[in-house]
Design a binder for this molecule. Sequence first.
Ligand SMILES: Cc1ncc(COP(=O)(O)O)c(C=O)c1O
Length: 390
Amino acid sequence: MDALLGTCSLSRLRQRTSAKWRAHPADVLPAFVAEMDFDLAAPIKQAVTDALAAGDCGYAHKGALGDAYAAFAADRLGWDVDPGRVYPIPDVMTGLAEVIEAITPPGSGIVVNPPVYPPFRFRFGFYGRRIIDAPLTRDETGRYDLDPAAIEAALSQPGAAAYVLCSPHNPTGNVWSATQLEMVADLCQRHGATLLVDEIHAPLVLPGARFVPFGSLRHEMAGHAFVFTSASKGWNIPGLKCGLAIAGSDQGAALLEERWEALLAAHLGVLASVAAFTEGLPWLDAALHQLDQNRELLADLLSERLPAVGYAQPQASFLAWLDCRALGLGDDPATAFLDKGQIAVSRGPAFGGQGSGFVRLNIGTSPELIAEAVRRMALACQGADPPAAP
Ligand SMILES: Cc1ncc(COP(=O)(O)O)c(C=O)c1O
């Protein structure tokens, strides 16, 4: 691995005290929550330690965040963002929830595309909103797609007020094309639904795919949507608590400004994010190179040790969505993997009914730990019952 990423030594990783490393006992290999195992990027470490040394731990100030993100978006994503339209938020889910609370009446329906990041399915319920599913389609090769008919049907339901699009998509790893995004935009426009686009995985689009920022579309909806992103996935700093909300319209900007106190990021997170977007690009490139190799390695390991598992390589990020239905481990194979293999993966059913029989494996780590994860999964399958005939 590139020296910038470190070695992912298991004994050092086990010294970490984050959710990934403390949710399970030490004999379990954690590969569930979306934290990567690489060393922190040096410019981020420097920015945070400089702030600590200066006692600079007050309330967040936006500082250079808007300019830093605008430069990153222009350079890496081909999107000209107005830095004035960029707002720091504590994290993407809080930003989404706060905006949904502001723009939709209680009882409204929020459209999502399962299988999808589990908090999309429960978080808005805390605010009295209900989820309307517009499931992705899945072909025989395991590739997913947005389904215009399902989206149309979901947006036609009474009370459907907003659509939360995950772009790139977690857990399937899809990177949506301009045509797919325009289809979503057309449908939202026709049905008068507000579009909120979660682009948290955008810095991690892998070779071969082209990410289209929603805000870069020449579509009227680009001027009305809210886009959410962060350095938290790309540079593995979710614990520093800073995301970004980008308002498409003056009205959206006014809403974010009015709610600044509910959306206060952590100051250290803002400083770390500025460092990531400006000086963190060599580290990001090293991570992308490694993740590209990792997704290929996983394909090889699965075909060797678990050929019955269905796996379509992600086009972005470090999450592999695995179809384990042929393994005979039931609807929630994560339980057998944990109990019999001491490997903790994310439970498929948490991503919606479409996740029954699936798991999500985190490959944001070293080749050695991916090999160990697959070894443990294969171990858990020894003696498993063959699946019932369909
Ligand atoms: C699609 C998606 N959105 C949001 C989040 C959570 O981000 P945050 O910690 O900024 O709320 C994640 C975390 O994995 C994610 O995958």
